[in-house]
Design a protein. Structure first.
Length: 211
């Protein structure tokens, strides 16, 4: 039986190439491809693919690839993501790995290697572009995060962070807790400051690790 692959990629030319390469292989089949993150979020959980090829940019979508992976992981923690992207900045690499990417390949490195990379990934490997792997290794020499950060949050901040982790938007948090949206925004800012993060993705990942 062929391994079932989904693709989330907003560049049509590259997406079509991925589909063609996968369909020509003897061990993989593309069961769905998505240009927009919202379509992927709506359909992938029910499809339960063996692996998801994920772009990070997704310029045509409300969510980028990192947010999309996080939301899908919350719904189904067993989903496996192979990132193929043009983004080589450290913040993209480590955010993607923190939210659940199992592999990180730059698009410039993928020609003629796609099926080998997919095979390695499906068999339990974590293929990475060499320069990416070097940065990941170097990161282990950095000081570990303070595991007591979550204890600095007030009960209300923990409550709001818990809702953020479930994917609630500010308006939904406001309605759920019967507070103003300005209060939600101010409290979220305090959460970021206490957890030493800059966005929802980082806050939720730290919450999931520390809670």
């Amino acid at each position: 039986m062929k391994h079932r692959i989904c693709i989330v990629e907003d560049n049509q030319e590259f997406r079509d190439w991925l589909i063609e390469e996968i369909e020509e292989s003897e061990i993989f089949i593309c069961i769905a491809s998505f240009e927009k993150a919202q379509d992927a979020l709506n359909q992938i959980p029910a499809l339960a693919p063996d692996a998801i090829i994920m772009d990070l940019g997704l310029d045509t979508s409300e969510f980028d690839g990192i947010e999309t992976m996080l939301k899908l992981k919350i719904v189904n923690p067993d989903l496996k993501f192979l990132v193929i992207t043009s983004f080589s900045q450290d913040e993209n690499i480590f955010e993607a790995l923190r939210v659940g990417a199992g592999a990180y390949i730059l698009k410039d490195d993928i020609p003629d290697k796609l099926i080998d990379v997919l095979t390695d990934f499906i068999n339990g490997g974590s293929p990475m572009t060499a320069s990416i792997a070097q940065r990941v290794v170097r990161s282990f020499h950095q000081p570990v995060n303070d595991l007591t950060l979550l204890q600095k949050l007030t009960p209300r901040e923990k409550e709001i962070l818990g809702l953020i982790a479930k994917g609630y938007l500010n308006k939904e948090i406001k309605d759920s807790l019967s507070i103003s949206e300005n209060t939600v925004k101010a409290t979220t800012y305090n959460i970021y400051k206490k957890l030493q993060v800059y966005n929802r993705v980082e806050a939720v990942k730290k919450y999931l690790n520390l809670n």
